[in-house]
Every structure is written in structure tokens, then in C-alpha cells.
Design a protein around this ligand. Structure first.
Ligand code: GRF
Length: 200
């Protein structure tokens, strides 16, 4: 399966997917990393893995649609079949969604539908819930609302900070993102709409 990954910052989820491929847990290739912030650590990780990294800086485009059009062209140029949004911090438009219908997945640091949008980890911490987690879902134009593929639950401990909680969530993200891609791959090749059991 030919993957394109989109990331805005750190890129630890990009690396988790690359690592799953290297460990042969996932039969796929990352064709390209698209990133939007110059100097993003994700780009350095891509270089380390030998994956081409393309900077598409949203500040250089007049609209979200123009950026997404360039993203689509780049993904097509690299023959991408499935798109993985791994910490892509831009709202996507119909332009991208229509080019890869039901072929874009996102990882979000909460148990959706709770805590959509940015600051999901902080929202969970401030709300006082005792369990949060992460979700891999299909992308639609409505933010953090597409079909849920896989989730993992993570406890919130009494003395958690934003950092300690996010670190605990990311350990699970790095497991369920490659697993969800494998599930998508099976349904892609078998043409089944396979339903997915929850992780925990
Ligand atoms: C992750 O927590 C993901 O859920 C959110 O952005 C973060 C990206 O982390 N969408 P990284 O850049 O992969 O380390």
C-alpha cells in the first residue's frame, strides 16, 4: 500500500508508521511526507528514513482550497493511495477529501466524539474525566468527525500534567495508527467494509 503522510510538527506518529513498516508489521511504503511548518522535526525524521519530504507552507497559499489542491497534486505525483494525517494541524477542505474518498485517516488524542479540535489533551485534563485516549478515524470535512476505525483508552492519573498525559496517550497512538492502516489495507484489497473491534 502506497502511503502519503501529512504532519505539522514533531512527527513521532510518522516514525511509528515507518518503524512498523521496517519491522514488517505493515506491508506498505511511505511515498512522501508533506509538512507545512519549516523546520518541523517530522522532516528530519523523514530524511533519516529515506522518505522524500515536501514542504507546503500554508502561509504561501491564498486559501485552504489552494493549499489542498497543491497537496493533492503532490500526493498524486508520488502515486499515493492512502493518506495519513499524523499531527496535521490544518483544517482540510472538500478538495482533499474528494480526491481521496474514504482514503484519508487521522489520529486524534482523545476518545472521540469527546474533545474534538485543538487542545484535546488539555480539554480532557480540565474536564476532570478519569479516562481519555486516542482515536484513528476516517477524515471528512467536519473536523474530527469521520468514521471511527480504532480507539485506545488511557487513564488520567491524579498528578498528571499536560506533558505526562500526552506522553501516555502517544504510546497508544504509536500502536493503533499502524494497526488501523493495516485494517484499511485489508479492506482496500478485499473490498470489505470490515468492522473494527475496540482496542481496550
Ligand atoms: C498527536 O498527539 C496526534 O494525536 C495529534 O497531533 C499529535 C502529533 O504528534 N493529531 P506527533 O507529531 O506525531 O509526535
Amino acid at each position: 500500500l502506497k502511503l502519503g503522510v501529512m504532519a505539522s510538527g514533531n512527527g513521532s506518529n510518522f516514525e511509528a508508521v515507518a518503524e512498523a513498516i521496517a519491522q514488517q508489521q505493515l506491508n506498505a511504503q511511505i511515498q512522501v511526507l508533506i509538512y507545512n511548518n519549516p523546520g518541523a522535526k517530522a522532516a528530519a525524521r523523514a530524511e533519516k528514513c529515506g522518505v522524500p519530504a515536501v514542504l507546503l507552507n500554508h502561509r504561501d497559499f491564498n486559501s485552504r482550497e489552494e493549499l489542498d489542491q497543491k497537496i493533492v497534486e503532490t500526493l498524486q505525483q508520488y502515486q499515493v493511495e492512502w493518506v495519513i494525517m499524523a499531527g496535521w494541524m490544518r483544517v482540510v477542505t472538500q478538495v482533499l477529501v474528494d480526491a481521496f474518498p474514504d482514503r484519508i485517516i487521522n489520529i486524534h488524542p482523545s476518545l472521540l466524539p469527546s474533545f474534538k479540535g485543538i487542545n484535546a489533551v488539555e480539554q480532557a485534563l480540565n474536564t476532570g474525566v478519569k479516562i481519555t485516549g486516542c482515536t484513528v478515524h476516517l477524515v471528512s470535512v467536519e473536523v474530527d468527525s469521520g468514521k471511527i476505525l480504532l480507539q485506545a483508552a488511557v487513564p488520567i492519573l491524579p498528578d498528571d500534567t499536560l506533558e505526562t498525559l500526552h506522553t501516555r496517550i502517544q504510546i497508544q497512538e504509536h500502536k493503533i495508527l499502524p494497526q488501523a492502516i493495516a485494517i484499511c489495507q485489508r479492506s482496500h484489497f478485499l473490498g470489505t467494509g470490515e468492522e473494527v473491534a475496540s482496542q481496550c
